[in-house]
Design a protein around this ligand. Structure first.
Ligand code: HEC
Ligand code: HEC
Ligand code: HEC
Ligand code: HEC
Ligand code: HEC
Ligand code: HEC
Length: 356
């Protein structure tokens, strides 16, 4: 979707038929931009600005077209691999001509901005998708719909037979099943397992934008996670460190209404009736369980191991079950089962560690 928008934005600028340069630029956006920039710093992979000056052309083309074998055998490539923490560039399946085209684009873009294409950030969030998140549309649950339809049919039947009260009850049941199956279930906390719970928040704050695209460190906002039991949700003052200045989204001509909403809330802080943003809690263990963030974070357990790919979420969703079995399973894992770069010990299994 975003790619489509981007491509159409790219092509809208040229004549009817895209030029070769535009095609190369589009290929770069589609295949490379999620990991590379030209002149905007390292992302998943190195900044490709001036790559033709530091490497020779056959190496570059070879690396792009046979990434797998270069990463396995070529000394330069293995050095790079080590520098990028062992994250392997994926196979992009380009042929030589395409690789040459992409390289032409990189060379041109290295010389400076190349017009509207460059201004379009590869991962710009469409403001519309920030407010209306992908999982917010219809989210059908067919067994529920079937049950709802059966209740509806029964209700009509029972009513016609002259039993209005059971008929009304069945009708209510059908309505409830409909609401639940057409998506309503996402907005309710179920008792027990709440995996997948993703409530709407009062402000359409997106981790995909802040932790993903802008790469803000989790601990910048959730500083409590390294120091205390609770990770905590940042106060508006943290947001205002940037949003004092940032009032519009990249590429937008108007200031963002969503930002204006919480800035207005912030402005009330000195008034007699200060307002605050009431974020809806997503992860919530029962009170009889004690969970310390600090200990886990100090053990180099990444946030994502427990919270899933937060940096890709437009709206936070509970990724793990948070059940007792889930905690204990990980606590049982011996050190050796964990990748070597974690200085990890096993967690406690005695009841009193978690229940007090
Ligand atoms: C999944 C992420 C990813 C994608 C997609 C990707 N790359 Fe890479 N690229 C990397 C990483 C990571 C490295 C560093 C080597 C390593 O660790 O594998 C790299 C290295 C490179 C290098 C060597 C740079 C240097 O400084 O020597 C070039 C050239 C390159 N990529 C070009 C491309 C092109 C062109 C595309 C698109 C066709 C592309 N890459 C797509 C992740 C990616
Ligand atoms: C710019 C500040 C900021 C950054 C950076 C940030 N967050 Fe958040 N986070 C928030 C805010 C605000 C909320 C509350 C609103 C929401 O749930 O979306 C939140 C909510 C959460 C929640 C859910 C809290 C609950 O109620 O259960 C988790 C989990 C979380 N963040 C993890 C992360 C992780 C992991 C990262 C790094 C990849 C990260 N956050 C980066 C601001 C931030
Ligand atoms: C380190 C800087 C920084 C911090 C801290 C920060 N933001 Fe942002 N935020 C940005 C930038 C930059 C953008 C514009 C992103 C873009 O151009 O795509 C943005 C965009 C937004 C948007 C999107 C507006 C729209 O219309 O799409 C919202 C909402 C938002 N931020 C809320 C928050 C909240 C709430 C906090 C505090 C929990 C926060 N931000 C903290 C830098 C920051
Ligand atoms: C070992 C698993 C685990 C790890 C690692 C972890 N969390 Fe959590 N997180 C949880 C659990 C469990 C809860 C629910 C805690 C509760 O309800 O008392 C939670 C709750 C949260 C909350 C909600 C607010 C709060 O304070 O309870 C935020 C925000 C959060 N985590 C952010 C983070 C960030 C950021 C990191 C990484 C620095 C991280 N978490 C690492 C398991 C984890
Ligand atoms: C991804 C693995 C993992 C998960 C999931 C996990 N833990 Fe842990 N936990 C650890 C490790 C490793 C330690 C050992 C820390 C140490 O001793 O330094 C630990 C330690 C602890 C401790 C001891 C703290 C202390 O002061 O020594 C408590 C309490 C705890 N975890 C509670 C929980 C609870 C409750 C959950 C589930 C909600 C949970 N953990 C989920 C890995 C995990
Ligand atoms: C690593 C942390 C951890 C340890 C150790 C642990 N528990 Fe739990 N326990 C939990 C969590 C988390 C929950 C909440 C589960 C939920 O909400 O689904 C829980 C829930 C419970 C419940 C409520 C049952 C339920 O289904 O809601 C009981 C009873 C319980 N634990 C007993 C024990 C006993 C007895 C031990 C020692 C043998 C023990 N726990 C050890 C984390 C732990």
């Amino acid at each position: 979707m975003i790619k489509l928008l981007l491509l159409s934005a790219l092509f809208a600028h040229g004549a009817e038929a895209p030029s070769q340069f535009q095609k190369d630029a589009a290929l770069f956006q589609a295949k490379c931009a999620k990991c590379h920039t030209v002149g905007r710093g390292d992302r998943v992979g190195p900044d490709l600005k001036g790559v033709s000056e530091r490497r020779d052309k056959t190496w570059i083309i070879g690396f792009i077209t046979q990434t797998e074998s270069y990463l396995n055998t070529d000394t330069e490539a293995t050095k790079l691999l080590a520098r990028f923490n062992g994250v392997r560039m994926e196979n992009t399946n380009l042929n030589e001509a395409q690789a040459q085209g992409v390289l032409n684009y990189i060379n041109t873009a290295s010389k400076g901005p190349v017009g509207p294409e460059e201004e379009a950030e590869p991962e710009v969030e469409d403001p519309a998708t920030m407010v209306k998140t992908p999982d917010e549309g219809l989210n059908l649950w067919f067994p529920g719909i079937a049950a709802g339809l059966i209740c509806l049919a029964l209700s009509v039947g029972v009513w016609q037979l002259g039993f209005p009260i059971p008929g009304a009850l069945l009708l209510a049941l059908a309505g409830g099943a409909g609401y639940w199956s057409l998506g309503g279930r996402r907005h309710h906390l179920l008792l027990g397992n709440q995996q997948g719970y993703a409530p709407l928040q009062p402000i359409a704050y997106s981790h995909a934008t802040h932790a993903g695209k802008l790469k803000i460190d989790c601990l910048y906002c959730h500083y409590g996670a390294a120091r205390s039991d609770a990770a905590g949700v940042p106060p508006l003052s943290v947001c205002m460190n940037c949003h004092n200045a940032v009032r519009r989204v990249a590429g937008a001509s108007e200031p963002s209404a969503e930002i204006a909403r919480f800035v207005a809330i912030w402005e009330t802080r000195a008034s007699s009736a200060p307002l605050n943003v009431a974020w809806t809690r997503v992860h919530d263990l029962p009170d009889f369980v004690h969970f310390p963030h600090r200990v886990h974070v100090a053990n180099n357990i990444r946030c994502q191991e427990c919270h899933g790919p937060i940096q890709d979420m437009v709206r936070v969703r509970q990724a793990s079950s948070l059940s007792m079995g889930w905690c204990v399973n990980c606590h049982r894992q011996p050190k050796s089962a964990a990748p070597s770069h974690w200085k990890r010990t096993v967690g406690p299994l005695d009841c009193a560690a978690c229940h007090w």
